[in-house]
Design a protein around this ligand. Sequence first.
Ligand SMILES: CC(C)(COP(=O)(O)OP(=O)(O)OC[C@H]1O[C@@H](n2cnc3c(N)ncnc32)[C@H](O)[C@@H]1OP(=O)(O)O)[C@@H](O)C(=O)NCCC(=O)NCCS
Length: 148
Amino acid sequence: MQTAGPLDAEILAALQSACFPEEPWDAGSIASLCAPPEGFALLALRGDEPVGFVLARAAAGEGEILVIGVLPAERRSGVGRRLVEATLAHARQLDAEALFLEVAEDNGAARTLYMANDFFSVGRRPGYYKRPSGPVAALVLRHTIRKV
Ligand SMILES: CC(C)(COP(=O)(O)OP(=O)(O)OC[C@H]1O[C@@H](n2cnc3c(N)ncnc32)[C@H](O)[C@@H]1OP(=O)(O)O)[C@@H](O)C(=O)NCCC(=O)NCCS
């Protein structure tokens, strides 16, 4: 696991496109999202190759995962779990006491990953995601970060 930042925006944008082909983000937007002091990014590596990423932020005692993705060929091998754990550790270092995220109600893989890592639903936003097949609700999940 490696911390990343605006200088890695091209790599992060390539991962975003591979993980979310329907929602590519340009490198400039990603660079602003992961700019310190509030923003941060993490890269999961297999050898020297990036295989997963997180964009997140932490401010005023609260953290938020903006996006997390693992390359399709690398899924179900623990990369997502390691990214979540590393994000919690990084957010703790930034004095966050809770980590929030939004997940589509129909994203079973991500919901299972988060529930297994002690995220609990604290809200639901109906119709948040506009899909060709119709609107899908977002669940707002929260994890209480333990003090060490
Ligand atoms: C969600 C995502 C990040 C999970 O990454 P991953 O590396 O496959 O996750 P892991 O291998 O660490 O899985 C950890 C646990 O999550 C759950 N899980 C992960 N994928 C799952 C799936 N397809 N179905 C059911 N449970 C799943 C399991 O409990 C798994 O533990 P197990 O393998 O011991 O059963 C990945 O599927 C992904 O990038 N999806 C597309 C992008 C996305 O939806 N991001 C989340 C937006 S909120």
